[in-house]
Design a protein around this ligand. Structure first.
Ligand code: C2E
Ligand code: CA
Ligand code: CA
Ligand code: CA
Length: 278
């Protein structure tokens, strides 16, 4: 059939209209969810590679959406970023993590660091270091209580600003990890130019372990990181063979389903009380 430019334009417009009303609906749902505090954090243990000792948790956001069950971050972080709600949502999630560290400190008499994922939009906001300072003060926690995870792709987009912000956080004593390392571009240069404390090797590089080529890549990253005085975490460790290879390659910290899935608050508390009694 013959299609006139007018028709395809109308189609494109219809599609756009559908897309934007979708986004509007999602924005509305997210807004309600924020107001009603429908978000929670799951906590995935991070263990010291050689001893298996618990050294902290990574906080992973979940949306307890009425009528939908738990919704994963893949389905709402991007929407929050696109609709400008990420600042508010990110602050709420950060506060949840702070509150939890405080609860655990009071219960177990030990500060167990929690790593919080931050959106680049959040991290690159000029007010962000002050927000973190304020929350540390409010909760009476030392800066080691919270670490921040920033994805590599995010930092690439604005390297100068990222460097400044990370430096400010570092001066406060708050460590930043470069997340999903090995998936993006100019990784090696970023390692050198960003004042991060830790590198998290992406699951995509851990999954093929112990295949010799993958082992060579992970080992090279660990050597480089060690030369730059950075800590290395292997994420997405699912079996013993991967754990052994990651350890052998020089990863100091391991995280993944071999040790524990992201845990509910109660389960994470159980882990903690067991690790305290060890
Ligand atoms: P990420 O930071 O790379 O987090 C690791 C993801 O891998 C998590 O997915 C975790 O559940 C999953 N995972 C952990 N161990 C294993 C394993 O052994 N095998 C496999 N196959 N997967 C494993 P999740 O919770 O769906 O989070 C996805 C992404 O959403 C995160 O990736 C992070 O980038 C983002 N995210 C999560 N929470 C937040 C948050 O509070 N704020 C922001 N801005 N982003 C968040
Ligand atoms: Ca992360
Ligand atoms: Ca990651
Ligand atoms: Ca990831």
């Amino acid at each position: 059939a013959k299609r006139t430019p007018g028709t395809s334009m109308a189609l494109a417009e219809a599609r756009f209209a559908l897309g934007s009303s979708d986004l509007l609906a999602q924005e509305q749902a997210l807004r309600t969810a924020i107001v009603q505090r429908q978000f929670s954090l799951h906590y995935q243990p991070k263990v010291e590679a050689w001893s298996g000792r618990l050294i902290g948790f990574e906080a992973l956001a979940r949306w307890q959406r009425p009528g939908f069950g738990p919704v994963g971050p893949g389905e709402f972080i991007a929407t929050a970023e696109r609709t400008g709600l990420i600042g508010e949502l990110g602050e709420m999630l950060l506060r949840l993590a702070f509150e939890q560290v405080k609860v655990w400190r009071d219960a177990f008499d030990r500060v167990v660091p929690v790593a919080v994922n931050v959106s680049p939009l959040q991290m690159l906001d000029g007010e962000f270091p002050r927000l973190v300072t304020r929350m540390l003060d409010e909760h009476g926690l030392p800066p080691q209580a919270i670490t921040l995870e920033l994805t590599e792709s995010a930092a690439v987009a604005n390297l100068d600003l990222a460097r400044d912000q990370i430096l400010q956080l570092r001066r406060l004593g708050v460590e930043v990890a470069l997340d999903d390392f090995g998936t993006g571009f100019s990784s090696l240069n970023m390692l050198r130019s960003l004042p991060v404390h830790t590198v998290k090797i992406d699951r995509g590089l851990i999954e093929p372990l112990p295949a010799p080529d993958a082992l060579a890549v992970v080992r090279a990253i660990c050597q480089l990181a060690t030369a730059l005085d950075l800590q290395v975490i292997a994420e997405g460790v699912e079996n013993e063979a991967q754990a052994d290879a990651a350890r052998q390659a020089g990863c100091q910290v391991l995280q993944g389903e071999l040790f524990a899935q992201p845990l509910t608050l109660g389960e994470a508390g159980d882990w903690l009380s067991e690790s305290v009694s060890d």
